[in-house]
Design a protein around this ligand. Sequence first.
Ligand SMILES: *Cc1c(COP(=O)(O)O)cnc(C)c1O
Length: 383
Amino acid sequence: MDEGQLVLIPLCRPNISTADIEAVTEVLRSGMLVQGSKVAQLESAFCDYLGVKHAVAVSSGTATLHLALVALGIGAGDEVIIPALSYVATANVVELVGATPVFVDVKTEDFNIDTSKIEEAISERTKVIMPVHEFGLCSEMDKICEIARRHKLQVIEDAACALGATQNGNFAGTMGRVGSFSLHPRKAVTSGEGGVLTTDDDKLAHSFRVLRNHGIETRDGKMEFISAGFNYRMTDFQAALVLGQLGRFEANLSNRQEQANFYRSALVDHPAYVTPMEFPDRRHTWQTFHLLVNNELDRNGVMNELRAQGVGSSYGAQCIPAVEFYQQKYALDSAKLFPNALRAFKSGLAIPLFDGLSKEENQLVLRGLEAVAAQLRQRTSLI
Ligand SMILES: *Cc1c(COP(=O)(O)O)cnc(C)c1O
């Protein structure tokens, strides 16, 4: 495939208005670039939107997860239960604090942790369950919180992809002890790089604020260095980029749902693709529209052919125990232990769905998918 081929419809494009750009340049002109009033505004906007007591903005989604584990005192000898299917950052942060990730397979219905398999993964070393709300759809948080209560475990929600997603009317990132959001450009609201931690716990929120800023606590106007912290601060011009997007976010969800409805109804009985499911107790935000490519089709081949048709796409998420580092370190047999995560890693296909994508463009994506399936099937049957 020609690498220089022009992709006409990208997988994703951030929703940035002229006013958002002006908000950024205003901060740049002020000369006050680091964490300041815009970061504070972003934090209170998150609190208002999600109905949480505290929101703490940091430099990335990975930093939010890392800080959550550090603030909860998770370290060597501890185990953290995570789904086998996610972005590698979910497992990397567990490694970074010296703890051990314990993988649980996902369900193919929602691509989230299989709650019926969590309890068999709990040991006396388990401290945290860290569910991931994949692709903008909540995990079964009611079940996860109930298991955590029974076994006295903490819940950190990796809601990196799931701003605005709900289960039983509760927002993702507000049901566990800590919620973690990413503001990377692949997510629905972006600061370039950035992340937000949410919690109702005053002490934890204070720890997050201290740890993101070199371990500094301000007492009576005096700075005290109370722990070995990080520099995980967000800049004010990044925060300024987010405020407008967050204000428009809810209003754009209905358009995202319309796009998802279009793809789902057009592809529901398609022999080449398996469409994502919806659940009456959960609101999907469609951060990613994620299909499974039928077993006899090669997903990477589909991606290359789509690119030739001018349609951007990507695989969905990683079967983390099967990537090089985790395979070498833990030598787990993913085909046996995590068949659903492995299938999604090999056959998952994310297709364009973002704010501002037109009906005509949705049609072009669909036509691309149909043409590719027809071509590849013809080629397969010739072999
Ligand atoms: C994007 C993502 C992250 C990492 O967020 P960054 O802001 O890129 O560091 C972590 N977990 C999940 C599930 C993600 O999708």
